[in-house]
Design a protein around this ligand. Structure first.
Ligand code: NAG
Ligand code: NAG
Ligand code: NAG
Ligand code: NAG
Length: 275
């Protein structure tokens, strides 16, 4: 069946489940993006069908959410430290920024900017939608109003109903920062972090809008000054975001669109709990 037929039939199913459909910039969607969108809506339609036959709504229980992991290898990210508990799961959607010194240099990462969308319930109850949604969100483009950036966007994550729970940016070149206080009713905390470990994205990881490879998976540790007991942050299931290998024909600074899952852990490491 043609992708757009799938998309339309899935959209019809979705409209019944959720009438307040968010803005989607259909004109900006590439053929590969259309596949990502139709894949997401097909999986969503299957879930809607399944949940109709469930006696009760799926519970939103973070203890049921499982951090995505790649098969064990020497470069595998370490587990969350024992004693920490999962506090929040977000889908991040924004840009990785790069600079280029000259034509023969390699692009250098100059921070990232992303809106974080509350995916805690999705990760707990319908994890099989997480990857397809991140891919579809990259295809759909961020629904920014004039003057908005990923740091000020208020709209839901197209093509879903997820609402903003936070912002991600760099406070200085080596300090990825997370502000998860966007919702006054549920302020999760803020965390300056530092990179602890990195693992290449899997070979088949979804590429970006212009075919860019997926950025690595990361484990970050909260630095001094974190609030809300936030300790560790994982960036996994990345989509796009990588720079080209060389600066040839690239401007002095540029952005690459990406999406990723961010998993936030809180608490006290076990050694400290015994005192
Ligand atoms: C290009 O930039 C790199 C990195 O800054 C530098 O090492 C190199 O000398 C520069 N090459 C030229 C030709 O300017
Ligand atoms: C990254 O790009 C965004 C959008 O242009 C910009 O607002 C932001 O300041 C840039 N951030 C960095 C760290 O360069
Ligand atoms: C995320 O969504 C769940 C379910 O709606 C809600 O209980 C929780 O407070 C939200 N968290 C944040 C940080 O917005
Ligand atoms: C990563 O964190 C662990 C503790 O969680 C620490 O033992 C290790 O030295 C850290 N590695 C790096 C490269 O920061």
């Amino acid at each position: 069946m043609h992708a757009s037929t799938l998309l339309l039939s899935a959209l019809a199913a979705f409209a019944v489940a959720a009438p307040t459909y968010p803005q989607l910039n259909v004109d900006a969607v590439t053929p590969a993006g259309l596949d990502a969108l139709s894949d997401y809506f097909n999986k969503l339609a299957q879930k809607v069908q399944q949940s109709k036959s469930l006696a009760e709504a799926p519970a939103c229980d973070l203890t049921k959410a499982v951090l995505p992991r790649q098969p064990p290898s020497p470069s595998s990210l370490p587990d969350p430290t024992k004693g920490l508990v999962l506090k929040h799961v977000a889908i991040g959607r924004g840009t990785q920024n790069y600079t280029c010194a000259n034509d023969t240099a390699a692009p250098v990462l100059a921070g990232a900017v992303a809106a974080l969308y509350n995916a805690s319930c999705l990760a707990a109850a319908q994890p099989e939608l997480m990857g397809p949604l991140a891919q579809a969100s990259l295809a759909a483009g961020l629904a920014l109003r004039p003057g908005e950036t990923p740091l000020t966007v208020t709209a839901r994550l197209a093509p879903s109903q997820l609402v903003v729970s936070g912002r991600h940016f760099f406070r200085d070149p080596t300090t990825p920062f997370f502000d998860l206080d966007a919702q006054p009713a549920d302020q999760i905390g803020t965390a300056p972090t530092a990179k602890n470990n990195t693992e290449p994205a899997p070979a088949g990881a979804p590429r970006g809008q212009k075919g860019e490879a997926a950025v690595p998976w990361l484990k970050l540790l909260a630095k001094e000054g974190a609030t809300g007991d936030l300790r560790e942050v994982y960036r996994v299931e990345t989509v796009g975001g990588s720079a080209p290998p060389s600066c040839k024909d690239m401007p002095a600074s540029f952005e690459v669109q990406y999406a990723a899952q961010y998993w936030f852990y809180e608490g006290k490491p076990q050694e400290q709990q015994q005192s």
